[in-house]
Design a protein around this ligand. Sequence first.
Ligand SMILES: Nc1ncnc2c1ncn2[C@@H]1O[C@H](COP(=O)(O)OP(=O)(O)OP(=O)(O)O)[C@@H](O)[C@H]1O
Ligand SMILES: [Mg+2]
Length: 507
Amino acid sequence: MAEDTSIFIGASRKPDDSYQRAEELLLRYGNRHGLITGATGTGKTVSLQVLAEGFSNAGVPVFCADIKGDLSGIAMMGEAKDFLVKRAEQVKLDPYRFQEFPVIFWDLFGEQGHPIRATISEMGPLLMSRLMNLTEAQEGVMNIAFRIADEEGLLLLDLKDLQSLLANIAERADELSARYGNVTKPSVGAIQRTLLVLESQGAANFFGEPALRIADLMRTTRDGRGAVSVLAADKLMMNPRLYATFLLWLMSELFEELPEVGDLDQPKLVFFFDEAHLLFEDAPKVLVDRVEQVVRLIRSKGVGVYFVTQNPLDIPEKVLAQLGNRVQHALRAYTPREQQAVRTAAETFRPNPDFDCATAITQLATGEALVSMLEDKGVPAMVQRTLIRPPSSRLGPITPDERRKIIAESPVAGQYDQVVDRESAFEMLQKKAKDAQEAEAQAQQQNSGGSRWTIPGFDDVLGSGNRRSSNRQTVAEAAIKSVVRSVGSSVGRAIVRGILGSLARGR
Ligand SMILES: Nc1ncnc2c1ncn2[C@@H]1O[C@H](COP(=O)(O)OP(=O)(O)OP(=O)(O)O)[C@@H](O)[C@H]1O
Ligand SMILES: [Mg+2]
């Protein structure tokens, strides 16, 4: 196979249905993004599997979400089932070899893979607000909360940190309003309640440490294959907003962390975004704009993003225009809206005089697709009716036992499995409150006991008001020191936020 410069994805057919030629994705355009679309059961997941296999074999790490569990089979050797062997013959895949791929399983809930975590601080106010579906006014408060945390050296790691910060903000609402603009108790209260809902949906697992290190997604094996990170997303899909926000966060982390590399021989990482419509469903325009921006810019970091969704209309025009490599499986066309979708999908291809694109889209068989990859100079190839090759790994899910074994032997085994709960905003604010209380008590004592004594000119020092504030300062200082000690440079870094509002590391 020509897997050093391209990925074999199948064979196009002539109008009489005979073999035409091999269709390939050129690895040097792998960072020009892509799109896999089609109605349910038309072959999207298998196409994703085939592309993921190809990238991995070429040494490109892959990240993908496994919505139904059926992508997990990529970790196991395929089997010579009749229909697969027949398909291999049809597309002249000879020899048809079976392979298992180096998979790392991940799971936000830590059940079907290594836990993936991010800190609240890394997530940033924009994505947190999106996750919690906040109103504009509430989002304003969220922005202020992050600013206060940054300024006061309060580490936001997990949900209880954010909860306690919000409680603190509610107490200081008047003072903060004067400084930053409108911070009302009801809006803070509304955010606090939304946080509780989020917590009850299991999001607490996701926020905290140890947070995911991007480098763990960029591993290759000794024999030069790219790791395939498979995120268990069946349970996650029950909370679509968490799913979408998480993937957005991951994309923005990749964007912030990876250096500019320009165009390479092959991508450094490929990211498959299944059920991509969830990203854009009732997303505010700012967010759509930012996503568009990240997708556009992440290319030069060597990252290819492949959206997978039923209908190309699910993706905003501006984003769609950037997806160079296209695999369009069959669409139904019963209703006017469906017919419109078919026409729109057809119009996005460079036409082929041999067939009518819109008609073809409705007639494609399972595992067959209209394919147009970028060819020389990055121009989209003329669309071809293509039978997709069968995968080399197992078609369908792995068993729980197989999964456990792979998780136990994974290169990140033990790294993420235990939550670490170090001192952060929650503990610091608790301590602050306690110290303030003690200071108050002390001051009161002094006021009652020592009020007979004054030292001329030093009255202020002993006055209860200043006694408290100097004490508060010491506590704050101590807090900042402890933060600096425990996270090194990361507090300084918290102030710089990237396009999607997550941390920009400037590394
Ligand atoms: N390239 C292929 N070679 C052989 N069989 C295929 C191929 N593509 C799809 N199939 C067959 O079609 C079935 C359905 O494909 P797949 O699961 O990829 O559909 P899907 O579009 O992902 O569906 P859903 O939207 O429900 O997730 C597969 O289980 C397999 O039997
Ligand atoms: Mg599928």
